[in-house]
Design a protein around this ligand. Structure first.
Ligand code: NAD
Length: 256
C-alpha cells in the first residue's frame, strides 16, 4: 500500500479520489477545512505551513499528492482568495512535501487544472503569469483587477503551466516525481451546484456542450487521477489530460 495526500478531500472530486485510492488499499491523508484527517485552511501561507507540518508528522514517505481544494469562479467569490486557494494552496503544499515525495522514489503529483483554460475565452494571462512567478501578493493584486469568473481559468492555466514548466525540471522529474495535471470539464459536484445557482452564470451551465450530453461524475476524474498516480502512467510527465466528455474537442477541434 502507498500513502497519498488529497486536499479538498471532504467533497466532490477530492472525496471521490480519496475513496478510489482507499478502495485500492492505499492510505490517504485527507486535508480540508472540515471533516478530514488534517483540518486546515489552505488559503493562507500560515494555514499551508500548519497543514504541511501536520501531514509530515503523519508520513515520512508520500507516494502522491493531489491538491483538489479549490473555489469556483462565481459571483460573490473574492478573486484574490480564489488564486490563493486554487494556485498557491496547491503549489505550496506540493513544494512543502517535496522531500517526502522524493523519498518514495516513484512519487507523483496530479494538479487539478480545468478545460476552462481552453474552452472559456478571455482569461487573464497577467494573473496566470503572476501566479507562476510564485509572488502571491502580486498574483492577488492582478486577480483583484478581474472578476472571479476570469480569475478561475487564470489560476487553472497557471497550474497547467506549473506542471509543464516545473514538472520537467531536475527537482521533480529528476527526483523521480512525475508531475501531471488533469483538465476536467463540467463534473457533477457541490461546486457545480454552486455554479448552477449563480445569478449571472448559472444558466450557461446547462448549455455547456459535451459529446456525451451529460456532465462528468467525480468517480470518472478519480479513476483518471488514480491512473496518473500509478506506475502504469510511468511515461507521463508534464501532461495535461483532458477528461470532459468531448467539450474541448468540440470547442477546439484542430488543437493538437
Ligand atoms: P468542491 O467544491 O466539491 O470541493 C472543494 C473542496 O475544497 C471542499 O471540500 C472545500 O471545503 C475545499 N476547500 C476550499 N477552500 C479550502 C481551503 N481554503 N482550505 C482547505 N480546503 C478548502 O469542488 P470539486 O468540484 O470537487 O472540485 C475539486 C477541484 O477540481 C477544484 O480545484 C476545482 O477547481 C477542480 N475542477 C472542478 C470541476 C467541476 O466541474 N466540478 C471542473 C474542473 C476542475
Amino acid at each position: 500500500p502507498r500513502t497519498y495526500v488529497v486536499t479538498g478531500a471532504a467533497s466532490g472530486i477530492g472525496q471521490a479520489t480519496a475513496d478510489h485510492l482507499r478502495s485500492q488499499g492505499h492510505r490517504v491523508i485527507g486535508v480540508d477545512r472540515q471533516q478530514s484527517d488534517v483540518v486546515g485552511d489552505l488559503s493562507t501561507p500560515a494555514g499551508r505551513r500548519e497543514a504541511i507540518a501536520a501531514i509530515r508528522a503523519q508520513a515520512s514517505v508520500i507516494h502522491g499528492v493531489v491538491p483538489c481544494a479549490g473555489l469556483a469562479g462565481i459571483t460573490g467569490v473574492d478573486p484574490e482568495l480564489l488564486v490563493s486557494v486554487n494556485y498557491f494552496g496547491a503549489v505550496e503544499l506540493v513544494e512543502g512535501l517535496h522531500a517526502e515525495l522524493a523519498a518514495a522514489g516513484n512519487g507523483a503529483v496530479v494538479l487539478l487544472s480545468s478545460n476552462s483554460t481552453t474552452c472559456q475565452p478571455g482569461w487573464s494571462a497577467p494573473v496566470a503569469r503572476a501566479c507562476l512567478s510564485g509572488d502571491e501578493a502580486r498574483a492577488r493584486g492582478e486577480a483583484a483587477k478581474v472578476p472571479a469568473v476570469i480569475a478561475y481559468p487564470s489560476s487553472k492555466a497557471a497550474l497547467a503551466w506549473w506542471a509543464r514548466t516545473e514538472g520537467v525540471k531536475a527537482r521533480w522529474a529528476g527526483a523521480g516525481i512525475r508531475v501531471n495535471a488533469v483538465a476536467p470539464g463540467l463534473i457533477a459536484t457541490p461546486m457545480t451546484t454552486e455554479v448552477k445557482a449563480d445569478p449571472v452564470f448559472g444558466r450557461f451551465a446547462d448549455s455547456y456542450p459535451t459529446a456525451l450530453k451529460r456532465p462528468g461524475r467525480p468517480e470518472e476524474i478519480a479513476a483518471l487521477i488514480g491512473f496518473l498516480l500509478s506506475d502504469a502512467a510511468s511515461l507521463l510527465v508534464g501532461s495535461v489530460v483532458y477528461a470532459d466528455g468531448g467539450t474541448d474537442a468540440i470547442k477546439n477541434p484542430r488543437r493538437p
